[in-house]
Design a protein around this ligand. Structure first.
Ligand SMILES: [Zn+2]
Length: 316
């Protein structure tokens, strides 16, 4: 992937050099061209930006967030973008640095006025005591999967409204009004989700990758094991045997997995333990009915309730 992208970047840089216009010069009143790394952020940019923004997302929803494949079309989009929104916390370190290197658009790089790091100000969990990438650890700054935290919508909306206003201050009041309307919807959604989670405290589950730890933390769920040896390191037979033993000892009967996970390992553990497998979205768009961030979290809560056998609150 790296070499292909480098080649594409070189070809692209040569093509850019031949163009008369320079990236980052927006016509007054023109829509903001926004690129986001994941569809969750694209949804919230649309909520806050309304008709003032045109948004595309690099990831589509089915990928492993640590292994999104970069394409020349992403370079083109970034070269023309006014704004890039990423989660940060090293979530996108596998693909964003090369794209930013190749796109020839300093405005959307860290430090540029069109760069929004949506995790700014967020307190990550699972921050390693010693910063190391040894052994392929993909979470060097703590757990980056904050988009599955029911409180993340609020955090993203605040960062995005600030960031859009930096690039288009003429629409600041409009962005703030739309942000506040979205925050009100989020408040209602968060109440609904709390109803789902009423009986979840202390419930146990196992995950393939550490994507659902914020959810566990918010509701007092216990993740008793990870199928991966560590983030990014596939299960080994020894490790799986330990997971099976732990699940039996802890009487854990639920395994949460995502579309991209190595689900043959998941199936093997489920068979050995009799556990139920619940497939959860790890971002918007990969599973039908999850195009909006709120709808995605609704689905996460509904599927977990079904897996735990806990009551589903009436539709409000
Ligand atoms: Zn991860």
């Amino acid at each position: 992937m790296g070499r292909l992208l480098q080649f594409a970047a070189l070809a692209f840089a040569l093509a850019l050099a031949a163009l008369p216009t320079v990236a980052g010069e927006r016509e007054p009143g023109a829509k903001l061209k926004v690129v986001t790394t994941i569809p969750d952020l694209a949804d919230i940019v649309r909520e806050v930006g309304g008709e003032r923004v045109e948004v595309t997302s690099i990831a589509r929803g089915k990928e492993n967030l640590h292994n999104v494949i970069s394409r020349p079309s992403h370079l083109v989009a970034l070269s023309k973008a006014d704004i890039l929104v990423q989660v940060g916390l090293s979530m996108e370190m596998g693909f964003i640095p090369a794209l930013l290197e190749g796109c020839g658009n300093p405005q959307v790089r860290p430090g540029g006025k069109g760069f929004i790091n949506a995790s700014d100000g967020w307190q990550p969990i699972q921050v390693p005591a010693v910063l190391t990438r040894q052994g392929g650890d993909l979470h060097p700054q703590g757990n980056p999967h904050m988009n599955i935290d029911p409180r993340a919508g609020r955090h993203f909306a605040l960062r995005i409204a600030e960031g859009l206003s930096v690039v288009a201050p003429e629409w600041k009041a409009e962005f703030e009004t739309r942000r506040d309307a979205y925050l009100a919807r989020l408040e209602r959604a968060e109440k609904r989700w709390l109803e789902f989670a009423r009986e979840w405290r202390g419930r146990k589950f196992v995950v393939y990758h550490q994507e659902f730890n914020y959810l566990a933390e918010v509701y007092g769920l216990q993740i008793v094991a990870n199928l991966e040896v560590k983030p990014g390191i596939q299960p080994t037979p020894n490790h799986l045997a330990q997971v099976i033993e732990t699940m039996k000892r802890e009487q854990c009967t639920v395994i949460a997995t995502a579309l991209w996970s190595k689900n043959d390992f998941v199936a093997r553990v489920a068979e050995a333990t009799g556990a139920k497998v619940v497939e959860l979205p790890n971002m918007c768009g990969g599973i039908a009915g999850t195009d909006s961030w709120i709808a995605m979290l609704d689905l996460v809560h509904a599927r977990l309730a079904a897996a735990f056998g806990t009551p589903v609150p009436p539709v409000q």
